[in-house]
Design a protein around this ligand. Structure first.
Ligand code: NAP
Length: 253
């Protein structure tokens, strides 16, 4: 369990994996800050947390903008007094094309959101956590595609590999500061991002992708959220710099 009354920040908390993780933090007694560009989605998550008796705050945030990521952390501290856990999860899919045909603008935006955005969030979060007696925990959302390639997804794959490099480096820098830094590497998870990427229910692509996992199915947002919460828990007190697979055996082969 994460500490009661602790403060958890989730970027991209208006949908999919981020939404579910925000709900699970709240269910364990944390006060939750949801940051997203999607106001409707973010406010929807807050409404669901409050309906269950939880305490949550929405901060409209574009993770590609350093002024906004700093304001996001400031809002958390102003409202709740500290920042104990941060899940850097906001992300997009990017183009689907070979390297030589990949759209340059899409390359820039997928690197900007999925890699530079994580960097900007970490800068603001770690600076805050280091000032706190209790330190804090950062979890970054990478992917199995942070460990292996995937044809026609070069921008996404490059960004997710970069997230693991950032995670390990920040973990080394913070070995003695009381801030742990880890990543989760989900397999293919059934979320709006995936469905909008051509893997809607009943599609052939969805079936093919599901079968790449040893468990022959997609993962659920709940299964990723559980791993994030475990990494935040004191049970994981000696875990830092780790890239934890949540992939139904995708990378076991
Ligand atoms: P999702 O349902 O699309 O949720 C992502 C959320 O992030 C959306 O609300 C999105 O808003 C928001 N967002 C996008 N750009 C943002 C920005 N610049 N600043 C702040 N928020 C932003 O996606 P998901 O599948 O849950 O994915 C969440 C994370 O998990 C991503 O980092 C993804 O790469 C990673 N992941 C997903 C899978 C999978 O199979 N689903 C597997 C491994 C890793 P909009 O909807 O308005 O864009």
């Amino acid at each position: 369990m994460v500490a009661d009354n602790s403060v958890a920040l989730v970027t991209g908390g208006g949908s999919g994996i981020g939404r579910e993780t925000a709900l699970e933090f709240a269910a364990e007694g944390a006060r939750v800050v949801v940051a997203d560009v999607d106001v409707k989605g973010g406010e929807g998550t807050i409404a669901d947390i409050e309906a269950d008796g939880g305490d949550a705050l929405f901060v409209e945030t574009d993770v590609t903008d350093a002024a906004e990521t700093e304001a996001m952390v400031e809002a958390a501290v102003e409202e709740y007094g500290s920042l104990d856990y941060a899940f850097n999860n906001a992300g997009i899919g990017g183009d689907s094309a070979t390297v030589e045909e990949y759209d340059a603008e899409s390359w820039e935006s997928v690197i900007d959101v999925n890699l530079v955005g994580v960097f900007k969030c970490m800068q603001a979060e770690i600076a805050q956590m280091k000032q706190q007696d209790a330190g804090g925990v950062v979890v970054n959302n990478s992917s199995i595609l942070g460990k292996v390639g995937f044809a026609t997804s070069s921008g996404y794959v490059a960004a997710k590999h970069g997230v693991l490099g950032l995670t390990k480096t920040a973990a080394l820098e913070n070995g003695e500061t009381g801030v742990r830094v880890n990543a989760v590497c989900p397999g293919f998870i059934d979320t709006p991002l995936l469905r909008e990427g051509g893997m809607e229910e009943g599609s052939e692509l969805r079936e093919q992708i599901a079968n790449k996992h040893a468990m022959n199915r997609l993962g659920t947002p709940e299964e990723v959220a559980s791993a994030v919460l475990w990494l935040c828990d004191d049970d994981a007190s000696f875990v830092t710099g780790e890239a934890l697979g949540v992939d139904g055996g995708y990378l076991a082969q």
